[in-house]
Each structure stands twice: as C-alpha cells, then as structure tokens.
Write a protein that binds this ligand. Structure first.
Ligand SMILES: O=C(O)c1cc(=O)[nH]c(=O)n1[C@@H]1O[C@H](COP(=O)(O)O)[C@@H](O)[C@H]1O
Length: 232
C-alpha cells in the first residue's frame, strides 16, 4: 500500500468554491483531504473523484451506520471513487463491520476501512447520557476490539487513547485521530484533544485537523507550522 500522508485536512465547508480555495492553500503532496458530511452532501462525488485524479489522498468520512447490506453497498460506492480511507461506526456491530470488509475484497486497492469508536466531541458524561456506563476510554477499547475482530484496518479515536490501543491491540492496527488542537487553538466542540506533536508521540498513524487550519487567518502558515511541529 502506498504511504499515506500523516495529516488529513478536514474540508468542512459547503461550496465548491470554498473547497477549491482551501485546497489551493495546502502544500500539494504533503497532506490528505478529508471530505465529510457537510461538503459531500453539498457537492457530491464528482468533486471527490477530481481530487483523487489530481493525486490527493482522500479520506471519505461519511461514518456509515446502517444495516449490514446497506453499509456494505455504501463502502463499495466509496471504494469506486478511489478514496484511500473510508469509515463506518463501530457501534453498528460486528456483522455490519464484517459485511463492509467483505464488500471491499474484490477491489485491487481497497481503501483502509476504519471504524469510528467514541466521537472526540464526547466525554464520559455524554456517554452516560445515552446509556453507556463505561468511560470513554473503556468504550473506545471495547469498540476497537470489535473492529479488530471484524477484520477492519483500524479505528477513529482520540489521540488520548492511542497508547492504550497500540499496546492492547497491536501496532499495525491503524489509529486515525481527530480532536487535534495545536497549543493555543480553540477546542470548540472537541472534548478529547491533543496537540499534533503529542499525538505523534502517542503513536497515532493519521491525524485529522480542520478548524485550526481552515479558520486560520493564513491556512498555509497554519498547516506549515503543524507539519514542522511533527517533523514532516
Ligand atoms: O471521523 C471523523 O473524521 C471524526 C470523528 C470524530 O470522532 N471526531 C471528529 O471530529 N471527526 C471529524 O474530524 C473533523 C475535526 O474537525 P476540527 O474539529 O475542525 O479539527 C470534523 O470534520 C469531524 O467530522
């Protein structure tokens, strides 16, 4: 598998113009693009395919969570776009995750299939609110083990759980971590956060960073500083 970039920039915006403008400010070849629900719902697959054709590594973050058949077909559609990473919710269960993994078998170069564990915007109290009595760390471990059993390539978690997951599941299980905040940047709705340098030190494979770059006065300077803080 080709080497993927360490940093995926979350292009959370609603028009093609804004997305193109952001992409033009990113150092080509050094970062990947993360396309999520906001942008994808607004401008769709053709724009994604265009970025892939231009050589960008794309993480299609649609966090599929549905019945096994539907999720299997949805990841197939994602793989046809040529993206490098696609995700599903681990809480959909092992039958759903295994169906998604099986659906990718026919592809010569399937995307990494990654399961979202506990959203980085959630704390222990937020989990308790929806009836989960485990701590975020315990719930992340529980869901990560299910993802691993289902043959997935890794999980989305916060960098705070990275060391724990690498030691309990293994170093080749990929960790994709949003909730990344350079020192002095606003956390916003993110609750389980770490700086880029701390995340690398904790062993994460790929990090997702949005607002600290996209809302910066100078996005190019922001990404350059982040990349230099992690030696890229
Ligand atoms: O799957 C994701 O990418 C994701 C999972 C998660 O637990 N937390 C999380 O923030 N994300 C996404 O990562 C991005 C984080 O953006 P910022 O908070 O602006 O850096 C957003 O696009 C989220 O949709």
């Amino acid at each position: 598998m080709m080497v993927l970039p360490k940093v995926y920039v979350a292009l959370d915006c609603q028009t093609q113009e804004e997305a193109d403008n952001l992409v033009s400010k990113l150092p080509a070849g050094k970062v990947g693009l993360k396309v999520g629900k906001e942008l994808f719902t607004a401008i769709g697959p053709d724009w994604v395919k265009k970025q892939v054709a231009q050589g960008f590594s794309v993480f299609l973050d649609l966090k599929f969570h549905d019945i096994p058949n539907t999720v299997a077909k949805a990841v197939t559609s994602a793989a046809k776009m040529g993206v490098d990473i696609v995700n599903v919710h681990a809480s959909g269960g092992t039958e759903m995750m295994s169906a998604a993994k099986d659906a990718l078998k026919p592809f010569e170069k399937p995307p990494l299939l990654i399961a979202v564990t506990v959203l980085t915007s959630m704390s222990d109290a937020d989990l308790a609110e929806v009836g989960i009595q485990l701590t975020a760390e315990q719930q992340v471990l529980k869901l990560a083990k299910l993802a691993h059993q289902s043959g997935l390539d890794g999980v989305v978690c916060s960098a705070q759980e990275a060391k724990m997951l690498k030691s309990s599941i293994g170093t080749s299980f990929k960790l994709v971590t949003p909730g990344i905040r350079p020192a002095n940047s606003a956390a916003g709705d993110q609750k389980r956060v770490m700086t880029p340098a701390e995340a690398i030190e904790a062993g994460v494979d790929y990090m997702v960073i949005g607002r600290p770059i996209t809302q910066a006065g100078d996005p190019t300077a922001a990404i350059t500083e982040i990349l230099s803080s992690i030696g890229e």
